[in-house]
Design a protein around this ligand. Sequence first.
Ligand SMILES: NC(=O)c1ccc[n+]([C@@H]2O[C@H](COP(=O)([O-])OP(=O)(O)OC[C@H]3O[C@@H](n4cnc5c(N)ncnc54)[C@H](O)[C@@H]3O)[C@@H](O)[C@H]2O)c1
Length: 378
Amino acid sequence: MSKKIKLGILGGGGDSLIGVLHRVASFINDNYQIVGAVFNPNFEDNMAFAKQIDIPTDRIYKDFDTLIEEELKLPKEDRIQVCSVLTPNFLHFPMVKKLLENGFNVICEKPMTTTYEEAKILQATMEKSKTVFALTHTYTGYPMVRQMREMVKAGAIGKVHKVDASYYQGWINPIIHDKEKRASTWRLDPKKAGISCCIADIGVHAFNMIEYTTGLRIKSILADFNYVYDDNPMDVDGTVLVRMDKHVKGLIRSSQIATGEENGLSIAIYGDKGGLRWEQESPNQLFVLSDDKPLQVYKPGHGYNSELSLGGTKLPPGHPEGIFDAMANIYLGVARAVRGEAYNDGEFPTMLDGVRGMDFIESTVASNKQGNVWVDLH
Ligand SMILES: NC(=O)c1ccc[n+]([C@@H]2O[C@H](COP(=O)([O-])OP(=O)(O)OC[C@H]3O[C@@H](n4cnc5c(N)ncnc54)[C@H](O)[C@@H]3O)[C@@H](O)[C@H]2O)c1
């Protein structure tokens, strides 16, 4: 029998943005085999896509409830072991809850849910179910982001005193400035996306990157959103001041109307002995800054990197690591956890990251609504 982990997929059809990233990532380290799916809500599209990518159609189900019902009828050794949830945001909570309740391990896209309350319910459900749960804050899978985390942990930049994360995109410009388009995109529909667009879609990645790389928690925030049009109910730009401690402060800048920007995520962490800076569009360079030494550039795969970082490279130095590799590293960590093998807690974002992310999203919406006031996270 195949030693591969049996993977199920919800969402991520041929029409989706993120599906291909998960499928390729699951394949990269030879750990998973896709055995069942509901790629699309329309059964014909679902079957057609399964045939197109050559997945056996006997376990392509008409909807999510049928997937659970039918999979539970199979002997445990044949059943889906890990299910990836790649649907629009509002479906994450009901799908993940039912999957966890029925003993399936889950890989879920961010934002984890649409509310903090739902996130806490999932946390309690997972604790009871003793399953593995990972949230795909994809950028934490890059070798140089992992290196950043390990260097901060080892004291390479001393005591952290300033954080600055920025996530700038411009893709929503042609949609937001067109009345019809802005009324028909799921990311701008609160019923499908939740209470926020920009912060929930990308600001939350920047938030997670700060907590992931520093190991510190953001305690309070002050947010200022831009909706651009009065008839648009969702933020498409948000600037957030953050306080991690009395003397550790910074900001998160996120925008989907930063004209001409593509996927401009960058993060800088400054301490009393040095600084670290990383940019997603040049992910193989980690800049090490100092007041009294020349600029250093760390790159993946070299022996000077930490074990966690080196665990995320497969080829010798000079072979660039990209977004597919970053997601593959998260899938690799989950495979280890599901098999009961040892793994580093930096290998994949967890339920706690999901709860923290929802806390952040709700707090920024509250801060903006209340007139840009400081709000404490839970
Ligand atoms: N980690 C990242 O960096 C990243 C990047 C992009 C998107 N995302 C997240 O991934 C999720 C999906 O985003 P996207 O851009 O791929 O969306 P999308 O609209 O491009 O694709 C959504 C897919 O889900 C399918 N779907 C919808 N309802 C379904 C249902 N009831 N059952 C089964 N399938 C269903 C659609 O048919 C489609 O294939 C979102 O939560 C988004 O925030 C994460």
